[in-house]
Write a protein that binds this ligand. Structure first.
Ligand code: FES
Length: 200
């Protein structure tokens, strides 16, 4: 008998291979894409991007995941990098935000680290450093929600830290503060040493 999809708790990491009711939208090709968080603008990152929503790479079907350059490294400019991981109203050729609908999707992989392929300090990319400066004295509340755009951090916890899948801020969850650069480097290095878990 087919197992029913489970609700996706925003504070709990989904189990690989299990099916959850995931927020999704329909993209311009008529494909169903899993999304994370809500529609928003990030003028501090890209003036041209406009209203957009992030893809949830944990549930993104393999073919779409591989086609997103932002997740697999390559040569792209600042906006290209950002655009690889979102759907925008501009892309969708609409002024109206597509409705977010819960649909059953399988958890296929752990969330890749945002900015893994565009390390802090890379040429032409100053916004990660600017964001670090903006948030360096901000304290997390007990809800462990990223103060930038409200993404829940608990599901992305790795040894007491979480790299926010929204825009890459790395948080020290135990001390409820932004990770230092040394801490962030250690978190990213540990993930690389582990290697990416194969898809289920
Ligand atoms: S939501 Fe933007 S870095 Fe967390």
């Amino acid at each position: 008998m087919r197992k029913q999809a489970e609700p996706l708790d925003p504070n709990v990491a989904p189990v690989l291979g299990r099916v959850y009711l995931v927020p999704t939208i329909t993209n311009r090709h008529g494909q169903i894409v899993p999304v994370l968080g809500g529609w928003h603008k990030d003028p501090e990152i890209s003036k041209s991007l406009g209203e957009h929503i992030h893809l949830d790479a944990r549930f993104l079907p393999a073919r779409m995941f591989k086609s997103k350059r932002g997740y697999r490294g390559s040569d792209y400019d600042k906006d290209g990098f950002v655009l690889a991981q979102v759907e925008t109203l501009h892309f969708l050729n609409t002024e109206e935000k597509p409705k977010i609908t819960l649909r059953p999707m399988k958890c296929l992989r752990v969330m890749p680290h945002f900015l893994d392929t565009a390390p802090i300090g890379r040429k032409n990319t100053s916004w990660p450093q600017e964001m670090r400066c903006t948030y360096q004295d901000v304290k997390l509340t007990d809800a462990l929600v990223c103060p930038h755009r409200g993404i829940h951090l608990a599901p992305f916890e790795e040894n007491g830290f979480a790299v926010c899948p929204g825009h890459g801020l790395c948080w020290n969850l135990r001390e409820k503060r932004l990770a230092t650069e040394e801490e962030e480097q250690a978190v990213r290095k540990a993930r690389k040493a582990e290697g990416e878990a194969s898809e289920v």
